[in-house]
Design a protein around this ligand. Structure first.
Ligand code: SF4
Length: 209
C-alpha cells in the first residue's frame, strides 16, 4: 500500500481540488453542486453563481428559479437549487453566514454528508479529511487496500476509517486527491488502462477488470 502510494505521489506530485473556489463558502457550494456531474462542469457555472450571490444570506434570499437557471447545465437543477438555498439559509441562521470548521457541525447542514465535509475541511481549512468518492472506492478496492473489496457497495464511512488508519492525518487530503486523479486518468470504471498504469507491477486487479 505505502509503496503504491509513493508511486502515486511521484505521478501526481502537486494534487489539488479540481473545483474552483476562493473561500470556504464557495467550496461547500461547489462541492454540493458536484454530485452526479464533473468538477469541470461545475466550474463553468459557479463564476456567475458566486458573483450573483457572494454571501450565504444572498443565496438564502435568492429566487429559486434564478438559481435553477444558472445551474441548469449540471442536471438535477431543481433539487440542487433547493439544497443550495437550504444550505445557505442554515449557514446564515446558525453560523452567521460562515462555514463551520468541524465535521460535527458540517454534517448538520442540509445536503452535507461526510464526503462534502471532508472536502471542505481538507481543502478550505487545512484540517485533515479523507473524502471517499466513487473513484476512491474503486481504486482502493482494485488495489485491495481495504478488506471489503468484494462487496459491490461498500460503506464509505467504513472505507474512510480503514484507509485513514493506515496513513498519517497530514496525508489524508492529498491521498484522496491522488486516488481520484488516478481513477479519472488511468483506473477508469469501465476500461482501466492497466498497460499504462504505474501500479501494474503490484496491483492484484491488473488486466482482470
Ligand atoms: S493495474 Fe489496472 S486495475 Fe490496477 S490500479 Fe492500475 S489501472 Fe487500476
Amino acid at each position: 500500500m505505502h509503496d503504491e502510494y509513493a508511486i502515486l505521489c511521484e505521478r501526481y506530485p502537486a494534487p489539488k481540488c479540481a473545483l474552483d473556489f476562493a473561500n470556504p463558502l464557495q467550496l461547500i457550494i461547489a462541492t454540493v453542486l458536484s454530485a452526479q456531474t464533473t468538477d469541470k462542469r461545475v466550474n463553468t457555472v459557479t463564476p456567475e453563481l458566486f458573483a450573483r450571490y457572494p454571501e450565504a444570506a444572498d443565496l438564502a434570499a435568492a429566487n429559486p428559479e434564478d438559481v435553477e437557471e444558472i445551474i441548469h447545465p449540471l442536471g438535477f437543477y431543481r433539487s440542487k437549487s433547493k439544497h443550495l438555498l437550504g444550505l445557505a439559509a442554515a449557514l446564515d441562521e446558525r453560523f452567521g453566514g460562515r462555514v463551520p470548521r468541524t465535521m460535527d457541525e458540517l454534517v448538520t447542514l442540509p445536503g452535507v454528508g461526510r464526503k462534502t465535509a471532508n472536502v471542505v475541511l481538507g481543502n478550505a481549512f487545512g484540517v485533515p479529511g479523507f473524502p471517499v468518492d466513487t473513484h476512491v472506492m474503486r481504486v482502493t478496492g482494485r488495489l485491495r487496500w481495504r478488506s471489503d473489496w468484494r462487496i459491490a457497495k461498500s460503506d464509505p464511512v467504513a472505507v474512510e476509517k480503514e484507509i485513514c488508519a493506515c496513513f498519517p492525518p497530514e496525508d489524508w487530503t492529498d491521498l484522496s486527491h491522488r486516488l481520484i486523479f488516478h481513477g479519472r486518468d488511468v483506473c477508469h470504471a469501465r476500461k482501466p488502462d492497466c498497460d499504462n498504469c504505474p501500479l501494474r507491477e503490484t496491483c492484484p486487479s491488473f488486466a482482470i477488470v
